[in-house]
Design a protein around this ligand. Structure first.
Ligand code: PMP
Length: 390
């Protein structure tokens, strides 16, 4: 008798998950020479030296063991101070802060702590590629809201009304947004908050790009009146402090939810890496100058890239934050995938087709400007040549 009559040993949920569309382009680009990549979603800067040094010293001093499950108390205290002084939201480091393995783990833990099988979570697209799969893996059903180019891909409050059912539990917000760079203003957040309150939703507010806004001050969703009680603020060190490889983030929120997240975390992860926690502590204590320097550089690059794309005749809104521009390539008559693939093959510039961020991203491409001005200048020349030769 055969051991199994099944075709696959995998869980149906996992077998049905589609692999991320971003990877395919990196695999293609990896086999080519002389490629300029505007594809990756991470800073081109190396982590500030004082952060590296602090982590190094912690190892030298023998801090190589586990920390508390929720993270080192000194770091939780520093996160709490930082959020209070920078964004005016106050969390108790003892039970309202958890240190996670990147913002990614914060999203995963929050969803697993909240969702019963079959409950719905509203996901906004174009958006970060991990949200919908993370909802599915937590046993929930992602309900997609498609934002519109005429709104610079910003969520409109009435769209939430249309997406809500009796099964809706939560909504994931992300501002500044990946891939569009759009930033929700305080006034816009207040209008969204009114609908959220009315329908008694929990909010996962992904604020990983909070430090990277170029035209106006960032407002945390938890700062909006009445929202702190229903918001899990998710953030981390990857983007602002150029620490993607350190895998360090945090989540703050209502005590009951954070404690539930710590419970899952202690069984599945124990704690975030200790040496990375020591680095993060230094980043928060003495890292603001480096953040501002990087931010200044991103702003300059953003302006250069948006102007260059516009000069080529591509329609492109000025993104207020993160390090992405999201121009329309509809005028070329190519699909997003065709554009990205042909641009890579002919001119060796890697961008990400907009459709990988949701169907509403079709007709757009994501270009990351986390690259040097020299590289960006060369990339813009190549894109111009590509378009002119179409
Ligand atoms: N949220 C968004 C919107 C992102 O763009 C990213 C990284 N691309 C993450 C979360 C994950 O960040 P981390 O490295 O902290 O896990």
């Amino acid at each position: 008798m055969s051991h199994s009559t099944k075709n696959s040993h995998l869980s149906t949920t996992v077998a049905n998950l589609k692999p991320s569309g971003i990877r395919r382009f990196f695999d293609l680009a990896a086999n080519m020479d002389n490629v300029i990549s505007l594809g990756v979603g991470e800073p081109d800067f190396v982590t500030p030296w004082n952060v590296i040094e602090a982590s190094y010293h912690s190892l030298e001093q023998g801090y190589t063991a586990y920390t508390a499950n929720a993270g080192m108390i000194e770091l939780r205290q520093e996160i709490s101070n930082y959020l209070k002084h920078r964004y005016f939201v106050d969390y108790n480091p003892d039970n309202q802060v958890i240190v996670t393995v990147g913002a990614s783990q914060g999203i995963d833990l929050a969803l697993r702590a909240l969702i019963n099988p079959g409950e719905e979570v509203i996901v906004i697209e174009p958006g970060f590629v991990s949200y919908a799969p993370a909802v599915t893996l937590a046993g929930g059903d992602p309900i997609i809201i498609n934002t519109k180019p005429e709104h610079e891909f910003k969520l409109q409050p009435e769209q939430i009304e249309d997406a809500i059912s009796e099964k809706t539990k939560a909504i994931i917000l992300c501002s500044p947004n990946n891939p569009t760079g759009s930033v929700l203003t305080k006034e816009e957040l207040i209008k969204i908050a009114a609908v959220i309150e009315k329908h008694d939703l929990i909010v996962l507010s992904d604020e990983i790009y909070a430090e990277l806004t170029y035209d106006e001050d960032f407002t945390s969703f938890a700062f909006i009146k009445g929202m702190k009680e229903r918001t899990i603020l998710i953030s981390g060190f990857s983007k602002a402090f150029a620490m993607t490889g350190w895998r360090l983030g945090y989540a703050t929120g209502p005590r009951e939810i954070i404690e539930a997240m710590v419970k899952i975390h202690q069984y599945t992860m124990m704690c975030a890496p200790t040496m990375a926690q020591h680095g993060a502590l230094e980043a928060l204590k003495n890292g603001q100058k480096s953040v501002l320097d990087m931010k200044k550089s991103y702003r300059q690059r953003r302006n250069f890239v948006v102007n260059s794309l516009k000069e080529m005749g591509l329609d492109c809104h000025l993104p207020g934050g993160a390090f992405y521009v999201f121009p329309s390539i509809k005028s070329t008559g190519l699909s997003s995938e065709e554009f990205a693939e042909q641009l890579l093959r002919k001119e060796r510039v890697a961008v990400v087709p907009g459709n990988v961020f949701g169907s509403t991203g079709e007709g757009y491409i994501r270009c990351s400007y986390a690259a040097s001005l020299k590289q960006l200048d060369e990339a813009m020349k190549r894109i111009k040549k590509f378009i002119n030769e179409l």
